[in-house]
Design a protein around this ligand. Structure first.
Ligand SMILES: [Zn+2]
Length: 480
C-alpha cells in the first residue's frame, strides 16, 4: 500500500513538472522581446503624426504606431519600442511617418533605430504634399541596412589593436604623399583595404563626432565627444578594453585634449571645453597618453599625482618610469607640429608599445593630428610633412605586427579635409596649395581604411563600411 502511494506521488510530480515546462515554454515563446527603439525629434506641431510599419514584401501595413504610444525621452525627443512580434515575418519593411499639417516649412527630422547590432539613422526630409497627409520620410530595408552598410564580423580572437587615424587624411592626401616622397608609402604597402563613410548626424562630420563614431560606434552631433546625440555617455573601445584587462594607450601630435584623443578617452558635450577635457583625462584609466598640450595639463599637476599619473615633458624621461606606472607625456606647449625640434610620432609609438605589451593584450590609438590642421590652412608643404611623420609611425606599427600576428593594425581617417583635388597632378612640383578646393572645410568624401595582421581581411571584406562599424568589429574580435 505504502509502495503504491509513493508511485502515485512520483507520477504526480512528473506530471506537474511537465506542465510547468510546457506552460513556461508557451509563455516565453509569446513573451514580447524589445528589439530596439526608434528615436526621433518630434516637432511641437506634430500633434497628429502617425506612423506605421509597412511590409515591403507583401505591400501591407502591419503595425500602426500612434502618437499616444510614443514615449517622451526629453524635450522634443520621442521614442517608440519595436518588439519581435511586430517584425516576426518582416525581413524587409518601411516605416512611414505622416503628418496632417500641410503648411510647415521644410525641415530635416531624424529617426534612429537600433536592432540587435544594427544601427541606422535616416534623415527625414519634410515634404509638403498635395493633400493633408504628407509623407515625411521613409526608413528602408532592415536587413540590407542601407544607411550604414553591412557590418563586418570576425571569428578570430584579436589580442592587440593598433588603431591609427590620420586626421583629415583623404585618399588624395595619401596619393600626394606618395608623389612627394617619390615612392610607395608604408601605408600603401598594406594590401587589405576598404572605404569608410564618415557622416555624423550631419552629412559632413567634425573630428569630435568622428572620434565618437570611431571609438564608440555611435553617430552623434558635431562637437560632441563620447556621447550620443541625446547627451548620454556611450562606451568607447578603450573603456571596453580596460574592463577586459587590456592595457590602453593614446599617442598623438596635437594637444592631448584635442578632439580625436578626447573622443577615445573622455565624455564631454563640447570639444572646445579644453580645460575640463584635460582635467577628465588626468582622472582617467588610460595607461599612457603622449602628445602635446603642456599649457593645459600643467594646471592639473596635483590631479595627475592624485590619480597615479607620472607627468613627463620629454620622451627621454619615459624609460626612467617603471613599466607599471601610468604616464601622461606632453612634449609641446601646444601641438607637437608647432615645435622647432619636434618629437617624431614614430619615436613615441616605438617607446609606447613595449610598455603596453602584456599577456592580456593592449589597444593603442595613434593620431597623425595635424594633417587636418594644415589642410584647413591650405598649406601643402606642412600637410605633407605631417603625412610623412604619420607614415613613419605606420612603419613601426607594421613591423610590430610582422612579429606579433595576433595584433590587428587599422589605419584610417576620420574624414577628408580641404577637398584636395589632384586632377592632372603627376609630379611633386605640381603639389601646390591651390589644390585644396573646399576653402579649408571638411568634406563628406569616403576615406580609406587599411588593415594589417589579425582579421585584416575580415574587416575589409565589404567595399564600403560605416565608421560606426569599426568599434563593433573590434569589440567582437576582442571578446572572441
Ligand atoms: Zn578630424
Amino acid at each position: 500500500m505504502k509502495l503504491k502511494e509513493n508511485k502515485i506521488t512520483n507520477l504526480c510530480i512528473i506530471v506537474l513538472i511537465l506542465m510547468i515546462v510546457l506552460a513556461s515554454s508557451i509563455y516565453f515563446s509569446k513573451k514580447e522581446k524589445t528589439l530596439g527603439k526608434i528615436y526621433f525629434d518630434k516637432p511641437a506641431s506634430w500633434e497628429h503624426v502617425y506612423a506605421y510599419l509597412y511590409d515591403s514584401n507583401t505591400q501591407t501595413t502591419s503595425e500602426q504606431i500612434s502618437v499616444s504610444e510614443l514615449k517622451q525621452e526629453k524635450d522634443y525627443i520621442y521614442s517608440y519600442e519595436i518588439t519581435n512580434h511586430m517584425l516576426k515575418n518582416l525581413d524587409n519593411f518601411t516605416i512611414v511617418f505622416h503628418s496632417d499639417i500641410a503648411n510647415e516649412n521644410p525641415n530635416q527630422y531624424r529617426v534612429e533605430a537600433n536592432f540587435e547590432g544594427y544601427n541606422k539613422i535616416y534623415h527625414l526630409q519634410y515634404g509638403i504634399g498635395e493633400n493633408n497627409t504628407n509623407t515625411i520620410g521613409e526608413w528602408l530595408d532592415y536587413n540590407e541596412n542601407i544607411n550604414i552598410g553591412k557590418i563586418p564580423t570576425t571569428e578570430n580572437k584579436i589580442k592587440n589593436v593598433i588603431y591609427m587615424i590620420g586626421d583629415g587624411m583623404g585618399e588624395n592626401h595619401i596619393l600626394a604623399g606618395q608623389l612627394y616622397k617619390g615612392q610607395t608609402l608604408n601605408l600603401q604597402k598594406i594590401k587589405d583595404k576598404t572605404y569608410v563613410k564618415t557622416a555624423s548626424t550631419s552629412t559632413v562630420t567634425d573630428s569630435a563626432a568622428a572620434a565618437t563614431a570611431l571609438s564608440s560606434g555611435y553617430k552623434t552631433n558635431n562637437a560632441v565627444l563620447g556621447k550620443d546625440q541625446y547627451g548620454n555617455n556611450v562606451e568607447n573601445i578603450m573603456e571596453y578594453s580596460n574592463a577586459k584587462g587590456l592595457k590602453t594607450g593614446i599617442v598623438c601630435t596635437q594637444i592631448l585634449n584635442h578632439a580625436t584623443p578626447a573622443g577615445f578617452s573622455i565624455h564631454n558635450e563640447h570639444r572646445y571645453n579644453y580645460e575640463k577635457i584635460a582635467e577628465s583625462q588626468t582622472q582617467s584609466f588610460i595607461d599612457i597618453m603622449l602628445g602635446g598640450g603642456r599649457n593645459y595639463f600643467s594646471q592639473y599637476e596635483q590631479n595627475m599625482l592624485n590619480n597615479n599619473y607620472k607627468w613627463i615633458n620629454h620622451l627621454s624621461e619615459l624609460n626612467k618610469i617603471a613599466q607599471n606606472e601610468k604616464v601622461i607625456g606632453t612634449f609641446a606647449n601646444e601641438s607637437i607640429s608647432k615645435e622647432n625640434i619636434r618629437t617624431p610620432l614614430a619615436d613615441m609609438v616605438e617607446a609606447v608599445i613595449p610598455r603596453l605589451e602584456n599577456e592580456n593584450g593592449f589597444i593603442l590609438m595613434i593620431e597623425g593630428s595635424d594633417i587636418d590642421t594644415y589642410s584647413h590652412e591650405g598649406n601643402m608643404a606642412k600637410m605633407l610633412t605631417e603625412l610623412i611623420d604619420f607614415d613613419d609611425a605606420i612603419k613601426v606599427a607594421i613591423e610590430y605586427v610582422d612579429t606579433h600576428p595576433d595584433t590587428l593594425l587599422i589605419v584610417t581617417a576620420d574624414h577628408e579635409t580641404g577637398g584636395l583635388n589632384l586632377d592632372g597632378v603627376t609630379s611633386k612640383q605640381q603639389l601646390q596649395d591651390s589644390l585644396f578646393t573646399s576653402y579649408g572645410a571638411h568634406t563628406e568624401t569616403n576615406v580609406l581604411l587599411y588593415a594589417y595582421g589579425n582579421s585584416a581581411n575580415d574587416l575589409t571584406k565589404y567595399d564600403v563600411i560605416d565608421n560606426t562599424s569599426i568599434y563593433k568589429f573590434l569589440k567582437q574580435g576582442l571578446s572572441n
